[in-house]
Design a protein around this ligand. Structure first.
Ligand SMILES: Nc1nc2c(ncn2[C@@H]2O[C@H](COP(=O)(O)OP(=O)(O)OP(=O)(O)O)[C@@H](O)[C@H]2O)c(=O)[nH]1
Ligand SMILES: [Mg+2]
Length: 192
């Protein structure tokens, strides 16, 4: 969180984290496409020629007022491919909350787990308490065949908010985002 008192701005950072191809960039693309232009900036995507995230995607959203401050939500995605670990760690710095985008397909469970554990490691290294850090979980790609039942996917996340989604169709994208924003704002209020 960063408060610019001169401009009356509250800057909040939310990072979309998760394994390669889980749909992090697609979430931001949908949010960008469906948010009125006066409430959002440009979607900046640093990507490879194959449309894979190289460094990050970035989108800024402006909402109503909180305690007389204008909140600006800075949404980032990390690159999911395994060899970009250093970039993921860097992008997590200074984040106020995380949306963990898991791939619901049965063949992707090991990648989800690996990604979650390295995210936890990064958070610990950055000095956060993983148990209380705002992390919203999204089970994406629910439209595909051979997805793991949501009840099973939820099990390890007993005390976290989880959402089903199909980011390409826009299902669950804003529910996930709103939950992340609310959690982050609630935490800022707690610490204010
Ligand atoms: N069927 C289906 N395809 C999806 C969904 N979400 C994303 N995809 C597709 O999955 C592929 C990868 O999506 P991205 O959003 O680029 O994934 P990413 O997590 O940003 O991938 P990295 O940048 O490599 O980490 C694209 O072809 C998307 O169209 C979904 O909900 N359902
Ligand atoms: Mg991406």
């Amino acid at each position: 969180m960063f408060v610019n008192w001169a401009l009356g701005e509250l800057n909040l950072k939310i990072v979309y984290y998760g394994p390669a191809l889980s749909g992090k960039t697609t979430n931001l693309q949908y949010i960008h496409a469906k948010t009125p232009a006066h409430m959002r900036g440009r979607l900046i995507s640093l990507k490879t020629q194959q449309e894979r995230t190289l460094l990050f995607d970035f989108l800024q959203l402006e909402m109503g007022k909180i305690n007389n401050l204008k909140p600006k939500f800075k949404l980032y995605t990390v690159p999911g491919q395994v060899y970009y670990a250093a970039s993921r760690r860097l992008i997590l710095q200074g984040t106020d909350g995380i949306v963990f985008v898991a791939d619901s397909q049965a063949g992707r469970m090991a990648e989800n787990q690996e990604s979650w554990f390295t995210m936890e490691q990064h958070l610990v290294e950055l000095g956060h308490d993983v148990r209380t850090f705002p992390i919203i979980v999204q089970f994406n790609k629910r439209d595909l065949p051979h997805v793991v039942p949501t009840e099973l996917l939820r099990r390890p996340f007993a005390n976290r908010q989880c959402f089903e989604a199909s980011a390409t169709r826009g299902v669950g994208v804003f529910d996930t985002l709103k939950a992340a924003m609310n959690t982050v704002v609630a935490r800022v209020r707690q610490h204010a």
